[in-house]
Design a protein around this ligand. Structure first.
Ligand code: 13P
Length: 252
């Protein structure tokens, strides 16, 4: 991997303040100097200030699981702006997670607006793309992920990907225990990188593309050994310190 690996933990809607504190303390103790890779935590919004304090003085990075599609301020009940997240110490925001797309109806254009809103607040967006099982079985994987990626490339421009991360998360592999094989993931990662390269080769070469979907300590190394897999976006296993640290070490 020429690019510095990133291991991101997406906690989703899990944990309590007490459990989160225990988890972060264990990660802090285990992360060391993080010489070979970066570790990022994306807790629920309300835990961000606490996690910020708990990771102070460690190399652990902080991000949010989502961000408002609207910029500035206004009457958007329940939304949290990129500027607010940046103010709290976040450097990253996940956008377009499949759970947001499926359960909360986020369209490609909403995801593109979130990507732009994150960057306007100086957050690095982690743009998630991925096909459903039905789409994979129909041979439509490339069609789906290219639609999702091109929607953002068209709106934000290829240059914006100099300050972005992409995550390939096949929906059928999320929380199912069924991970994509390293070869299946590599194929899609190479395809995504080529889509960016068609617009800007230098930016494509430096772009981090993470894999997400049932990443565990036991399968991480084989995934990260692939040329175009630059780390992981980890759900369930990021809630278990020993497991998340094993994944981190496989990348570092
Ligand atoms: P799991 O690691 O639980 O499969 O979740 C992946 C994911 O959705 C991370 O964003």
């Amino acid at each position: 991997m020429a690019r510095r690996p990133l291991i991101a933990g997406n906690w989703k809607m899990n944990g309590s303040l007490r459990e989160s504190r225990k988890l972060v303390d264990a990660l802090r103790a285990g992360v060391g100097s993080a010489a070979g890779a970066d570790m990022l935590l994306a807790p629920p919004y309300v835990y961000i200030p606490a996690v910020k304090e708990w990771i102070a003085g460690s190399p652990i990075l902080l991000g949010a699981q989502d961000v408002a599609d609207k910029q500035g301020a206004g009457a958007y009940t329940g939304e949290v702006s990129g500027a607010m997240l940046a103010e709290l110490g976040c450097g990253y925001a996940i956008v377009g997670h499949s759970e947001r797309r499926t359960l909360y109806g986020e369209t490609d254009s909403v995801v593109a607006a979130k990507f732009k809103a994150a960057q306007a607040a100086k957050l690095v967006p982690i743009l998630c793309v991925g096909e459903t099982l039905a789409e994979r079985d129909a041979g439509a994987t490339e069609q789906t992920v290219s639609r999702q990626l091109e929607a953002v490339l068209d709106t934000a421009g290829a240059d914006a990907f100099a300050r972005a991360v992409v995550a390939y998360e096949p929906v059928w592999a999320i929380g199912t225990g069924r991970t994509a094989s390293p070869e299946q993931a590599q194929d899609v990662h190479a395809f995504l990188r080529a889509l960016v390269a068609a617009r800007n080769g230098t930016i494509a070469a430096d772009l981090k593309i993470l894999y997400g979907g049932s990443v565990k300590g036991a399968n991480a190394r084989a995934l990260f050994d692939m040329d175009d897999i630059d780390g992981g976006l980890v759900g369930g296993a990021s809630l278990v310190a020993a497991e998340f640290l094993a994944i981190f070490r496989a990348a570092a």
